[in-house]
Design a protein around this ligand. Structure first.
Ligand SMILES: Nc1nc2c(ncn2[C@@H]2O[C@H](COP(=O)(O)OP(=O)(O)OP(=O)(O)O)[C@@H](O)[C@H]2O)c(=O)[nH]1
Ligand SMILES: [Mg+2]
Length: 189
């Protein structure tokens, strides 16, 4: 008998955000090893870095659970400013949209040191409404933030993006387990 029920075998989680926000460092923290190049210079990741993470049982049936392969995709940072040519932005933006289409969960990484720019606020809403995909908002580099700054960023960003935030640090590892748990919860939905 032919089984016509839709069966998804691959889940993709895509990291998107500005240059230098720590997307590659987060990928490495999630995997627990050095996979994607990290540096203090913006524009380090040029091409998407895709990496298989593991398998996940999902679906309603406990007897016959479905199995999905989970992969992460680390994208080149989107530069929003005057320093670089708009062509560079265009190429990475194009690639970003292509990856967004295939994503099951999007992780929007905000640089905790810089906060949320207007361009990324717009991009966030565009991604949410255009692709209708779950987006997890991460405020990275939280090791650099004092309590007042944390409170401000949490309130401001949750208000602007209408989404909960998770604080992470790839230095202290704060929030990494919470992030992984949240991803799994979204995938199992
Ligand atoms: N203090 C602090 N620094 C961090 C953290 N995460 C990343 N960094 C630093 O931020 C810089 C940029 O990190 P990357 O992971 O290369 O950033 P990216 O978003 O992948 O950058 P692009 O590939 O250029 O888009 C590096 O110097 C990292 O060491 C963090 O949680 N805390
Ligand atoms: Mg990178």
């Amino acid at each position: 008998m032919i089984d016509n029920t839709p069966h998804k075998e691959e889940f993709k989680i895509v990291l998107v955000g500005p240059e230098n926000s720590g997307k590659s460092a987060l990928l490495n923290a999630i995997f627990g090893r050095y996979i994607s190049n990290v540096s203090e210079v913006g524009g380090t990741t040029k091409r998407p870095v895709k990496k298989f993470w593991g398998k996940l049982k999902y679906g309603k049936s406990k007897k016959e659970p479905k199995i999905a392969n989970i992969s992460f995709v680390d994208l080149g940072g989107l530069y929003v400013g005057e320093k670089k040519s708009p062509i560079m932005v265009g190429k990475i933006l194009e690639e970003t949209y292509k990856e967004m289409e295939k994503a099951d969960v999007i992780i929007h990484v905000v640089d905790g040191e810089k906060g949320l720019s207007k361009s990324f606020e717009k991009l966030h809403h565009l991604l949410k409404y255009r692709y209708q995909k779950p987006i997890i908002v991460v405020i990275n580099k939280c090791d650099l933030l004092d309590n007042d700054k944390r409170d401000y960023l949490k309130n401001h960003i949750e208000d602007r993006l209408e989404n909960k935030v998770i604080f992470t640090s790839t230095i202290t590892y704060e929030g990494i387990t919470n992030l992984i748990d949240t991803i799994i919860k979204f995938l199992k939905k």
